[in-house]
Design a protein around this ligand. Structure first.
Ligand code: ARG
Length: 288
C-alpha cells in the first residue's frame, strides 16, 4: 500500500563511523530473571554444541568471512529501546541478544558498534560492519544496497502527540510539523505523504521526542516499541491508536557476503524453531 520513495541517503554517506564501540561480550546470556526456563537450562543439542565449542558453529556457518576474523561486527543505533539501548556501558536489548545468539551459532564473538542510524546501511555496504541490526525495516530502497536476512519480527510506525493535541489520527497530520528520526522509514513516509518541508529529522528518536515535549514539533512518527518507552519516560505524551505503517525488521548484510547471509538465515531459522527469538521478544515487549 505504501510506495517507497528514493531516500536521500547520500548525505549520510559521509558517515562518521563514530565507533564509540560498545563491546558486548555476552549479550546472549539471558539474565536469570527470565521466566521461561527452556533456553538457558536446557539448550537444544545445537546450542549446547556451539556454547561449549564456539569454534564449531552450526553446519551452514562453515567458513564465513567477516570484517574482522572471528568477530561478528554489528552496526546499530543504540537509542532505540527495547531493540538497542545502553545499560551502563553495554548495549543491550532485543537486537543485541539476537545478534549474540547468531554470533554464537556461527562460532563468532559479537561486537556492537554504535553509529547514527542513517549511516548503518552504508557501513554494511562498505565493509565497516558485518551486519546492521537496528530495528531496521526491510525496504525496497535499502534492498538496492544491501541484502536482508529473513525477518525476525514486525514493527509498526505510530504517532506520538502531546496529551492535549488536536491530532487524533493520521488524517490530521496534514500541515503539522512532524518530528522523525533521520534516515528512518518514518522520516521517509512522512516526507512522502506530507512534504519534506513539514518534516524535521533528528539524529535519534529521543531527541525528536524531546522536541515534541518542548513544542518544536506537533508530533513524532516512530516505531511503536521505542515510542512506548519514550512516552513512559516523558510526562504528558500519548500514542495515537491509529497505526501508520506496518513493517518487517531484519538484519542487513553486504551483497558481497552471501555466505554470511545464508549462515545467518540458517541460524535464525534454528532460533525461531527452538523458541529463542520469541523468548527474547517476550522478555522485552510487554503484552498489552
Ligand atoms: N524501523 C525504522 C527504520 O528501519 C527505524 C529504525 C531505527 N532504529 C534505530 N536503532 N534507531 O527505518
Amino acid at each position: 500500500m505504501k510506495k517507497l520513495i528514493a531516500l536521500l541517503l547520500a548525505g549520510a554517506m559521509c558517515a562518521s563511523l563514530a565507533a564509540c564501540g560498545a563491546k558486548t561480550e555476552e549479550p546472549a546470556e539471558v539474565p536469570a530473571e527470565t521466566e521461561a526456563p527452556a533456553e538457558t537450562e536446557a539448550p537444544s543439542e545445537d546450542a549446547e554444541e556451539t556454547a561449549e565449542n564456539p569454534e564449531a558453529g552450526s553446519e551452514a556457518s562453515g567458513e564465513v568471512t567477516t570484517v574482522t576474523e572471528g568477530i561478528l561486527t554489528m552496526g546499530t543505533n543504540a537509542a532505540f529501546p527495547p531493540y538497542e539501548f545502553y545499560d551502563g556501558d553495554d548495549i543491550v536489548g532485543i537486537d543485541a541478544e539476537i545478534a549474540g545468539l547468531l554470533a554464537e551459532k556461527l562460532g563468532l564473538t559479537l561486537e556492537i558498534v554504535d553509529m547514527d542510524f542513517a549511516t548503518i546501511v552504508t557501513s554494511v555496504q562498505t565493509g565497516g560492519v558485518d551486519i546492521g541490526l537496528a530495528g531496521m525495516t526491510v525496504t525496497e530502497e535499502r534492498l538496492e544496497n544491501v541484502n536482508f536476512t529473513d525477518s525476525y519480527t514486525t514493527g509498526v510506525q505510530v504517532i506520538i502527540v502531546k496529551e492535549d493535541s488536536d491530532i487524533a489520527s493520521v488524517d490530521d497530520l496534514k500541515g503539522k510539523l512532524i518530528g522523525t528520526q533521520e534516515g528512518t522509514t518514518g522520516h521517509q513516509y512522512c516526507a512522502q505523504d506530507y512534504g519534506e518541508e513539514n518534516v524535521l529529522a533528528y539524529t535519534n528518536g529521543a531527541t525528536a521526542v524531546q522536541n515534541l515535549v518542548q513544542g518544536a514539533v506537533d508530533c513524532v512518527v516512530i516505531d511503536e516499541q521505542p515510542a512506548l518507552s519514550f512516552v513512559e519516560a516523558n510526562e504528558g505524551l500519548k500514542i495515537l491508536e491509529t497505526e501508520y505503517v506496518i513493517e518487517d525488521y531484519a538484519a542487513a548484510v553486504s551483497k558481497e557476503n552471501t555466505a554470511l547471509l545464508d549462515a545467518l538465515n540458517t541460524a535464525l531459522q534454528e532460533l525461531k524453531a527452538d523458541g529463542s527469538i520469541d523468548e527474547i521478544l517476550n522478555k522485552y515487549i510487554k503484552a498489552e
